[in-house]
Design a protein around this ligand. Structure first.
Ligand code: GLA
Length: 362
């Protein structure tokens, strides 16, 4: 009888120790596990921060915010003489109140541009002088408004062509200004806020051909004395890529220029990256299988191990969206194909991959 009671007591004690351990584990957020490494950020909308459950999760897990869309030129500057500040202001105010840092995103991009930007009242494309003046006005106004509240800016986004045989993207920026718009954007941003850390930001930077072309651009800018401080590796990855070697090669190559590296838009899709491969094929099931989950878990563990190893040059890691409840990948590249690329599930609970990411000696 006594033996039985003792056994029971022992089990009870063991349970409470396990519970305590679990509690102290979940009391920490990603930002706490990584406090000796780099800030951990997340891309948000003004709507996300109004939702209590999501706001709580943000505050528990992250210490940096990127406005997902609110500061892009189209949303924030819809007409030449009108800015729309409400959403961007709300995100910055939330960050200020709660002591989070903010990465501004972005000042010059070929997508999500306002309709007035490239054209005059006659409907024709504007001249280089006019476009650069518009760019300067835009950058000066936006950067000034958040001076001291935004510590880093993605100044130029995705200026390299998708065609590996070409260098710069043939965007309207490029057609009208030639490559000058890139250096000018950095100069205008630096003039507006000399303390802001300025980034060039792009995707697929781990692929050899893209890495070389991004490097060529960065080197040109650095050699010309353009005020650029860092490079954003967007990190819209998948369970199939990048390889460890390619990721390491990219971090090493970019940082060899004396630039800081930030992982700016991290998510790990359960589908391959190529648009045609990601589309649902006839007969194919669209499920987040345990096998896919395991692959994703391993991939997350692998890339974070590399991030930690390169903490001397990596100054931030940001996830693109909060949880699998809503991710831009649900509608990209095909609308309505659910994806599960993040560390929190659709109920905002931590996934297995979360525990792999924080499973290291702090
Ligand atoms: C790019 C942009 C981001 C965002 C994503 C998709 O990576 O830099 O701002 O638009 O595409 O959500």
């Amino acid at each position: 009888m006594l033996k039985k009671q003792l056994c029971f007591l022992l089990i009870l004690q063991l349970c409470s120790v396990i519970q305590l351990k679990a509690q102290s584990k979940s009391a920490q957020g990603l930002k706490d596990y990584y406090k000796n490494y780099f800030p951990i950020g997340v891309a948000v909308s003004a709507h996300d921060i109004k939702d209590t459950a999501e706001a709580n999760l943000i505050l528990h897990e992250f210490n940096s915010l990127t406005p997902e869309n609110a500061m892009k030129m189209g949303p924030i500057h819809p007409e030449e003489n009108r800015y729309y500040w409400k959403d961007a202001d709300a995100i910055v105010a939330f960050a200020q109140t709660n002591g989070l840092r903010v990465r501004g995103h972005n000042l010059c991009w070929h997508e999500q541009t306002p309709p007035w930007l490239f054209k005059g009242t006659d409907g024709k494309l504007v001249t280089k002088d006019v476009l650069l003046k518009r760019l300067k006005d835009h950058i000066t106004t936006v950067v000034n408004r958040y001076k001291g509240k935004i510590y880093a800016w993605d100044v130029v986004n995705e200026a390299i062509d998708d065609d590996s045989t070409k260098f710069l993207r043939n965007s309207l920026w490029y057609q009208i200004c030639g490559e000058d718009f890139i250096a000018k954007a950095f100069e205008y941003a630096h003039e507006a806020d000399p303390k802001a850390v300025l980034f060039y930001n792009d995707y697929n930077t781990e692929r050899t051909e893209k890495r070389e072309r991004v490097y060529r651009l960065l080197k040109k800018l650095v050699d010309a004395g353009v005020p650029i401080n860092g490079v954003g590796i967007q990190a819209h990855w998948s369970i199939d890529e990048p390889s460890q070697q390619d990721l390491i090669a990219t971090i090493k190559k970019f940082s060899s220029l004396g630039l800081k590296v930030q992982v700016t838009e991290l998510d790990i899709s359960i589908y391959p990256w190529e648009k045609n491969k990601r589309a649902l094929r006839p007969g194919e099931k669209d499920a987040y299988t345990p096998e896919l989950e395991k692959k994703q878990d391993e991939r997350y563990a692998e890339v974070f191990k590399i991030f930690r190893e390169y903490k001397n040059v990596i100054s931030g890691v940001t996830f693109w969206n909060i949880s699998d409840k809503r991710t831009w990948l649900d509608d990209y590249p095909v609308a309505g194909r659910k994806n599960y690329p993040l560390l929190f599930d659709q109920q905002l609970q931590r996934k297995k991959a979360y525990w792999s990411v924080v499973d290291f000696k702090q």
